[in-house]
Design a protein around this ligand. Structure first.
Ligand code: MN
Length: 329
């Protein structure tokens, strides 16, 4: 059975949202929680963005052993060099950089023509691979890019040494069938894809982040990017707990392996709520306080065994203690 690699971006995409507050020690604890959850990759921050972020990435790289530790860098040599410095202590470091590939952003963000951008991509990835660490490339705004150009861009970065290529729905604009079709088309269109992992990173502006990510998996993506409680830019990212529980609960359908210790889901979700200042609503799938309450009556009075036959998951699976009042969240 094929394995899906889980990249958690709570500390990168999540940490940039308004109102997010966590001390360095709390971020380290969250990273340790992510290790206990057994995520494959912890994206720890953007080292060149601030001293705070540099120190967060450096300490996680030095102190959290096991998962791959990724640092995110703007496509500039000095930012990538700062990323190297922050990741030096990591057992398994990864540099993650990007270029925008949609017609609008290529012009607005990079002020370059498509052919100039391909040249820049080659230079940036050449520089990024100089440490011989794993390099991930994101084609920012990928879902609104021309698929033919997207393939050209990904062929260029793969040729230059990137081994993980991420197709994001950066604006949360795509829909599941459409996004799945794009991922499949791009995967098939690449010149060399045998040693390359396709990743997807979705946003929840239309409430479709988890659905789009699942469609990406069905279309061949083998890395998924998500965050605890789905926190992230605007309406958030793909929610880690919803995605993982969909893959676990519907293994019969998806037929893929996801190596997450689900009993750590609730403690980590709760820790993030208590420390970050970012609350979740009571009916949030998987981790909301009400999701194990059945008020309709049909199943009340059944044995707990009968109830379990009706509901998709139990307290125990996600590590939630029974009878504890979490209203304070
Ligand atoms: Mn994002």
């Amino acid at each position: 059975m094929e394995k899906i690699s889980v990249l958690d971006t709570t500390l990168r995409d999540g940490a940039q949202i308004p109102g997010f507050k966590m001390s360095l020690d709390e971020k380290l604890d969250l990273a340790r929680g992510l290790k206990a959850l057994n995520v494959d990759v912890i994206e720890a921050g953007i080292p060149a963005q601030s001293d705070d972020q540099f120190n967060t990435v450096r300490r996680i790289a030095e102190e959290v052993d096991g998962p791959i530790i990724a640092g995110f860098a703007w496509p500039r040599e000095e930012d990538i060099a700062t990323c190297y410095k922050a990741l030096k202590g990591a057992g398994k470091p990864r540099v993650h950089t990007f270029l925008a590939t949609s017609p609008y952003l290529m012009n607005k963000m990079h002020k370059r023509s498509p052919s100039e951008l391909l040249k820049l991509a080659e230079e940036i990835i050449d520089f990024s691979t100089s440490m011989e660490w794993e390099v991930q490339f994101t084609a920012f705004d990928g879902s609104r890019s021309d698929p033919v150009f997207l393939c050209e861009m990904l062929d260029t970065v793969i040729e230059a040494g990137a081994t993980i290529v991420n197709i994001p729905d950066s604006a949360g604009y795509s829909t599941p069938l459409e996004f799945g079709r794009l991922v499949r088309k791009v995967g098939k269109g690449l010149k060399e894809n045998s040693n390359v992992m396709i990743s997807v990173h979705c946003h929840n502006d239309l409430g479709l982040a988890v659905a789009n990510t699942l469609a990406g998996i069905e279309a061949g993506a083998r890395q998924v990017e998500c965050s605890v409680n789905g926190i992230g830019d605007r309406a958030g990212n793909t929610s880690l707990e919803e995605l993982v529980m969909a893959l676990k609960s519907r293994k019969d359908y998806y037929d893929v392996e996801v190596d997450i210790h689900t009993q750590e889901i609730f403690p980590l979700s709760d820790y993030l709520c208590r420390t970050s200042g970012i609350a979740i609503h009571s009916y949030k799938p998987v981790v909301g306080i009400n999701v194990f309450e059945d008020s309709i009556g049909i199943h009340q009075g059944e044995s707990s065994n009968g109830h379990q036959k009706y509901t998709v998951m139990t307290h125990e699976i996600i590590g939630r203690p029974k009878g504890v009042n979490y209203v304070a969240r």
